[in-house]
Design a protein around this ligand. Structure first.
Ligand SMILES: NC(=O)c1ccc[n+]([C@@H]2O[C@H](COP(=O)([O-])OP(=O)(O)OC[C@H]3O[C@@H](n4cnc5c(N)ncnc54)[C@H](O)[C@@H]3O)[C@@H](O)[C@H]2O)c1
Length: 318
């Protein structure tokens, strides 16, 4: 039995679909918060709920009493895939306490849950490329210290890694943190640039282009991320371990916009603006360890992945 948090979220939904297709039983947790369109979260859940091996529980992971009773009712949980979090760099300047609740208290509650589950074989959790900040050297290697976060979101994600490290060493269970690099694809997140750019370009509205377009992002297609997560589930660490899951081929923001223009068949109206607070200039994953230990080999290029996203966008929104 697999316990997966953030099941109504973008990545959690895709991982759950793959786990169910492989015949696993999954208990999905999500608090369905309104950070972005709750209808999209519910629509993802509807895709999962037809499967008899899927159970959904609406729970806030920071609610330790609710999590304790869930664990007590399901002592046969063998794996935890913990993907629930308050995501987004810019929103962390607006609503800092949401990050403390989900990413600090929530992470601690999930680690406590893991610690007390007698049958647990592996604990996998989501971290982020944002932990590398602006002072790491590209490609970002696991040996970077990552102690100069430039946003509260990054600070909570790095803290989450340290909490996991301490629990894995203190209580001797395997824990793996996965640093995802700008994940995109169908059923994606409306707060992310690829989604809002597609929406605005389609509707003939301007898009806000930060740092006058001089940014580089290592865009990673959802199926590649899911493959990396599944590989990590099957390979428990001896103690705590981290991996980068990124495409390893950063793209200039202007090229990224051109790819969306091609896929939508429309020209973008660009509102050029300065660097946003909390943003980093570049992300680029060093995936040497992930290749070696997880067999992680990203396959989908932006030229293939963006048209798949745009097709989904058109069919979903009509
Ligand atoms: N998408 C990316 O590009 C990306 C990049 C780096 C890291 N990540 C990390 O990957 C994970 C999944 O991200 P995503 O893109 O699917 O985001 P998402 O927002 O679509 O999914 C997260 C889900 O967690 C739920 N959630 C949030 N706080 C909760 C709480 N306290 N209790 C229960 N549920 C809660 C939300 O309702 C949401 O459905 C997150 O940990 C995120 O920080 C994502």
């Amino acid at each position: 039995m697999i316990l997966l948090t953030g099941a109504a979220g973008f990545i959690g939904f895709h991982v759950t679909q793959k786990l169910l297709a492989a015949g696993h039983a999954v208990i999905g947790i999500d608090n369905l918060n309104a950070y972005y369109d709750v209808n999209l979260k519910k629509a993802r859940l509807r895709q999962l709920q037809d499967n008899k091996n899927f159970t959904f529980r609406e729970i806030n992971i920071a609610d330790r009493t609710a999590m304790e009773s869930l664990a007590a009712q399901n002592p046969n949980i063998t794996h935890i895939v913990h993907l629930a979090a308050q995501a987004g760099v810019r929103y962390s300047l607006e609503n800092p306490y949401a990050y403390a609740e989900s990413n600090l208290t929530g992470q601690l509650v999930m680690l406590e849950t893991a610690r007390h589950l007698k049958s647990l074989k592996n604990f996998i959790y989501a971290s982020s490329s944002s932990v590398y900040g602006n002072s790491s050297t590209a490609p970002f290697a696991l040996s970077e210290r990552c102690d100069e976060p430039v946003s509260l979101y990054a600070a909570t994600k790095r803290s989450g890694e340290m909490l996991a490290y301490s629990y894995a060493s203190l209580y001797g269970f395997p824990a793996t943190g996965l640093r995802f690099f700008t994940v995109y694809g169908p059923w994606g997140r409306p707060d992310m640039a690829y989604f809002s750019f597609t929406k605005n370009i389609t509707e003939g509205k301007p898009i806000k282009v930060f740092n006058n377009g001089d940014l580089r992002r290592d865009f990673t297609y959802i199926d590649d991320i899911v493959a990396g997560i599944l590989a990590a589930i099957d390979r428990p660490a001896a103690g705590h371990r981290l991996f980068n899951l990124g495409n390893h081929k950063p793209v200039q923001l202007m090229d990224f916009i051109a790819t969306i223009e091609n896929a939508t068949g429309k020209k973008a109206i660009m509102d050029l603006s300065s660097m946003a607070a909390g943003d980093v200039y570049e992300t680029c994953a060093d995936i040497t360890e992930s290749q070696k230990i997880l067999g992680f080999e990203p396959k989908v290029t932006l030229d293939t992945g963006i048209p798949i996203f745009v097709d989904w966008y058109k069919s979903y929104f009509g």
